[in-house]
Design a protein around this ligand. Structure first.
Ligand SMILES: Cc1cc2nc3c(=O)[nH]c(=O)nc-3n(C[C@H](O)[C@H](O)[C@H](O)COP(=O)(O)OP(=O)(O)OC[C@H]3O[C@@H](n4cnc5c(N)ncnc54)[C@H](O)[C@@H]3O)c2cc1C
Length: 398
């Protein structure tokens, strides 16, 4: 497709929208980003990114900057919640990089977002339109108009809904489908490691599994910060928001009886900085598009975070969208190619993450031991998930 005269309007400057913008700009398309927030940014917690995402970051030219601020864990261990017994271990660091051609990084979300945003700004300095909430889009002539909440209308050739789990663009494409509470809420905490015992957990990343709960622990910023996400099954639904603080005593009670290392984290955290977020998903969609509007990232396929792949899928989407446009003769053809190459894979991640909820929350120690003994987490993830390179994977024609 003629890229120079094709204008792409992206709703949402999350990691998905930013990555799509970067890949599209590098491919020669004109891009504008409309973000509802008054400032660009991300919340202060961690995010893990595997090789399938990091290939794209190398393509954008930001991999070295990300590496410089990240933590590279030697392994991820699956451990029993009370004794800490290691049920399985996934090799990361050099093993991941040599096997998949790019590193496995654990990053502060704010760093990840800022580095990619900076690169996008470098590629097109006036790309960001803040305070610009999208409300929908409309086909007009042989183009499309993105409508903003303040009444502005912007003309382009393609609208990309990268506006997250509460997507307005999805609402228009798929109709009313409210986010569904999964039954899990996630505590998120960060603790400066200088408050913790020396060589705490040996820098290993770990997933602690137990009845109706699990906890994910890893390090950020070269090991200066520890990140803790504790998922607990809770009937009570509280508005999904990263900024929802809850009393520390609830956190303490939720992890009562867990391993001493978990108690160390819970006891060391700043007691006024305990956040808990209700985890929601949405039903699978059969189509992510209508006319010249298409969804990507969490707007298209929100997932439980239990494979640590939601943002990685949004990153992959961004790279494949740019390639689909390049390999197609028209916008409708590109949209079909994009959907055809993204739906099955993202659905597998959504379903696999839900299956991990069952696995991580089994009721008894015996069930946990038996189930982990049957599985090979390394093979389950490596063969299809981490080895996918969105820059080179052949695009299958619909
Ligand atoms: C506890 C937890 C841990 C996680 N850990 C990982 C992990 O380790 N690895 C991983 O890959 N993923 C992880 N994820 C998933 C990841 O956070 C998401 O999948 C990812 O942020 C999705 O990116 P996105 O750009 O699609 O959407 P978002 O990050 O939600 O960005 C959407 C953007 O659109 C803006 N917006 C919203 N509505 C509008 C509108 N109407 N108009 C304009 N702008 C709008 C928002 O302000 C925001 O900037 C985790 C999620 C959770 C909850």
């Amino acid at each position: 497709m003629g890229s120079k005269d094709t204008k792409i309007l992206i709703a949402g400057a999350g990691i998905g929208g930013l990555t799509a913008a970067g890949c599209l700009l590098l491919a020669g398309y004109d891009v504008e980003i409309y973000e509802q927030a008054p400032e660009l940014g991300e919340i202060g917690a961690g995010i893990q990114q595997s090789a399938n995402s990091m290939h794209v970051m190398a393509h954008l030219g930001v991999l070295d900057a990300l590496k410089a601020t990240a933590f590279r864990p030697p392994v991820t261990e699956f451990r029993l919640y009370d004794t800490g017994e290691v049920l399985q271990s996934l090799k990361l660091a050099e093993a991941h990089e040599s096997r998949h051609g790019a590193p496995y990084l654990q990053l502060h979300r704010a760093d990840f977002h800022a580095i990619v945003a900076e690169r996008v700004r470098e590629l097109k300095p006036d790309i960001f339109h803040l305070n610009s909430a999208a409300t929908g889009f409309e086909e007009r002539g042989d183009g499309v108009v993105l409508k903003l909440a303040d009444g502005r209308e912007v003309e382009g050739d393609l609208v990309v809904g990268a506006d997250g789990i509460k997507s307005a663009i999805r609402h228009q494409i798929a109709g009313e489908d409210k986010p569904v509470y999964t039954g899990d809420s996630a505590w998120r905490l960060t603790v400066p490691t200088d408050r913790l015992p020396e060589n705490f957990l040996d820098g290993k990343s770990s997933i602690w599994v137990g009845p109706a709960k699990h906890a994910v622990i890893y390090f950020l910023r070269g090991g200066k910060l520890l990140n803790f996400v504790g998922s607990v099954e809770l009937d009570e639904w509280i508005e999904e928001s990263w900024t929802q603080k809850r009393p520390w005593e609830e956190l303490k009670a939720d992890f009562a009886g867990w391993h001493p290392d978990i108690q160390t984290i819970v006891d060391t955290v700043d007691k006024t900085e305990c956040y808990r977020w209700a985890l929601n998903v949405r039903p699978h969609l059969e189509s992510w598009s209508a006319g010249r509007g298409v969804l990507m990232g969490d707007a298209a396929h929100p997932t439980l975070p239990y494979m640590a792949q939601g943002a990685a899928m949004a990153v992959e989407d961004g790279a494949i969208l740019a390639r689909a446009l390049d390999e197609s003769a028209s916008i409708p053809e590109a949209i079909r190619l994009f959907e055809h190459n993204r739906m099955a894979r993202t659905r597998r991640v959504v379903d696999g993450s839900r299956e991990n909820r069952r696995l991580f929350h089994l009721n008894t120690i015996q069930e946990l031991r038996d189930e982990f003994a049957k599985r090979d987490m390394d093979r389950e993830r490596s063969d299809w998930l981490y080895s996918y390179n969105p820059l080179t994977v052949p695009l299958d024609k619909p």
